[in-house]
Write a protein that binds this ligand. Structure first.
Ligand code: KIV
Length: 269
């Protein structure tokens, strides 16, 4: 008799089978508490390397380390039960060779117990995606605006404004799908291009700033909760957590300064 527990989480192949069906819901999360809330509603949770900017105040995702991704990946897996957890491969840990990518992605999978990894790049990463998937690592691809290449691109710019670039973006998406990626994030892309790609490939497209033409959407949780004072233009902000936190901290500080020491009168008498 097997002592293994049955897998109850959403799996990468289940995400692939959602192509063209009900829209796929996804958000980022970097820690256990928020992940537990998101888990109720999201098909997959991305431990994005955007955590470098959101959690650690970095200027871009370039400085994020594998250790940081593993630490936050563990927290999100511990906090969740249902959603597929996807962990980003950070810059410099997968581009050099397929075997380097396998070594680091396997470490992410083993140490976090996540269900898949994500990496940036199209045609140039196809060989690596194939190498990983053939060895048991589900890969979500990420094309269009790829933030890890910010220093080459010279900024975060919407992709596909020039129609001459569409063929290149379409080739990227086809290459990662052919290589075995189970889905693909399309970031910062004009709507007609996102629509063309979504209709051309057999895996779900997950848009972020890439229009409702995709098979699903992902947002950075802190952006949609109102914690980022300057969220990207395309983000609908559903909460005002920044304002609420500030009001709560101010109320607390005022009470302590007035020697009220809120809550303390209830205990240790
Ligand atoms: O790191 C991240 O949060 C991401 C999303 C923007 C897709 O890659």
């Amino acid at each position: 008799m097997s002592t293994q527990k049955p897998i109850r989480r959403t799996t990468a192949p289940q995400i692939t089978r959602r192509k063209g069906g009900d829209p796929i819901v996804s958000l980022t999360s970097y820690h256990a508490h928020t992940a537990a809330i998101v888990d109720e509603y999201a098909d997959f949770i991305l431990v994005g390397d955007s955590l470098g900017m959101v959690m650690h105040g970095m200027e871009s995702t370039v400085g994020v380390s594998l250790e940081l991704m593993i630490m936050h990946g563990k927290a999100v897996v511990r906090g969740t039960k249902k959603a597929l957890v996807v962990v980003d491969m950070p810059f410099g840990t997968y581009e050099e060779s397929p075997s380097e990518a396998f070594r680091n992605a396997a470490r992410v999978m083993k140490e976090t117990q996540c269900g898949a990894v994500k990496l940036e790049g199209g045609v140039r990463m196809a060989e690596t995606i194939n190498f990983l998937t053939e060895r048991g690592i589900p890969v979500m691809a990420h094309t269009g605006l790829t933030p890890q290449s910010v220093n080459v691109m010279g900024g975060f710019r919407t992709q596909g404004r020039d129609e001459d670039t569409w063929a290149m973006h379409e080739a990227d998406a086809r290459a990662v799908a052919d290589a075995g990626a189970f889905s693909i994030v399309l970031e910062g892309m004009v709507e007609p291009l996102a629509a063309r790609i979504t209709s051309q490939i057999p895996i779900p497209t997950i848009g972020i700033g890439a229009s409702p033409e995709c098979d699903g959407q992902i947002l950075v949780l802190e952006d949609m909760l109102g914690l980022n004072p300057t969220p990207p233009k395309f983000v609908k902000v559903y909460g005002n957590l920044g304002g609420q936190i500030e009001a709560a901290v101010k109320a607390y500080a005022d009470e302590v300064k007035a020697r009220k020491f809120p809550g303390e009168e209830q205990v240790y008498r």
